[in-house]
Design a protein around this ligand. Structure first.
Ligand SMILES: Nc1ncnc2c1ncn2[C@@H]1O[C@H](COP(=O)(O)OP(=O)(O)OP(=O)(O)O)[C@@H](O)[C@H]1O
Ligand SMILES: [Mg+2]
Length: 254
């Protein structure tokens, strides 16, 4: 079953075609990698999927519904959560507060109820807290919940972003260079974590330059160059694709 279908998507900035007629599908339950050289348009594709940018042409179908034109918060409610290539956390807030910021998008009690602190609102808050702690445990940051985000290592800040994304209860999580700045051991643990996310039934779309991670964790890959899709297929197919080797992987990528 197809969860996400990107069809003929294009986005230009001035005269530059950052994304040029890109089409690909993400099967429900899969881990799909979006790869390609710097400036290929990968992050722009994510920004188009999550509503941060509007495409010039094309559609983004999620669960059979076109997301184009919807605001980012509506897209989160529909079940797409993301992390950012450049970490975006509330640096002076605690680890737990950062995750609660994700969980809040699912809370039903309105502002009036929040001010009156009705029992329903309190229950919801406790539930959000429990859930946020659960996500922190899941990514391995349970012990850090009281720490300020800015005091975490770079790798742990990336994990915190993942916890915050998971707290929105997504069907699809899109990760923009999750291993960026991680050491070998952290990258190893990240691979285990991404598989654990998949085991929860959450579909994963990721951008990554670490080919060791990509080739081990992804079931299929989409390759971009200069905004256009130049290949798609299994990791084995992509690794032996002459066009991809020339554009990105290089001859010594094996
Ligand atoms: N908001 C913007 N305004 C103008 N140009 C932009 C904007 N966002 C991206 N671009 C340009 O679009 C092209 C694609 O950028 P994008 O960030 O999508 O690449 P990328 O594949 O994610 O690269 P990297 O691997 O370096 O993160 C680049 O030439 C970039 O400079
Ligand atoms: Mg990018």
């Amino acid at each position: 079953m197809t969860l996400l279908s990107v069809d003929n998507l294009s986005k230009s900035f001035g005269g530059l075609m950052a994304v040029n007629d890109v089409t690909f599908e993400v099967e429900s339950g899969s881990i799909v990698g979006l790869i390609g050289p710097n400036g290929a348009g990968k992050t722009t594709v994510f920004n188009l999927i999550t509503g941060n940018y509007q495409p010039n042409t094309g559609t983004v179908l999620f669960d059979g519904q076109n997301l184009v034109g919807l605001p980012t918060h509506t897209i989160v409610e529909k079940g797409i959560a993301r992390t950012f290539q450049t970490i975006r956390l509330f640096q002076n807030m605690t680890v737990l507060e950062n995750v609660l910021a994700g969980a809040h998008c699912r809370m039903r009690a309105g502002c009036i109820a929040a001010m009156l602190r009705t029992p329903a609102q309190r229950r919801e808050e406790e539930e959000a807290m429990r859930q946020a702690m659960g996500e922190l445990e899941f990514v391995g940051l349970g012990k850090e919940w009281q720490n300020k985000a800015k005091n975490l290592s770079y790798g742990n800040q990336r994990l915190l972003e993942i916890a915050r994304a998971l707290a929105t209860k997504p069907k699809l999580i899109v990760l923009d260079e999750p291993a960026g700045g991680m050491n070998d051991q952290e990258t190893q643990e990240l691979i285990t974590l991404i598989r654990a996310i998949q085991d929860r039934g959450i579909t994963v779309l990721l951008i990554e330059h670490d080919m060791g991670l990509v080739m081990r964790v992804c079931s299929s890959l989409v390759v971009l160059e200069h905004g256009a899709k130049i290949a798609s297929g299994t990791p084995a197919e992509i690794q032996s694709n002459p066009r991809v080797i020339e554009a990105y992987l290089g001859a010594d990528s094996e």
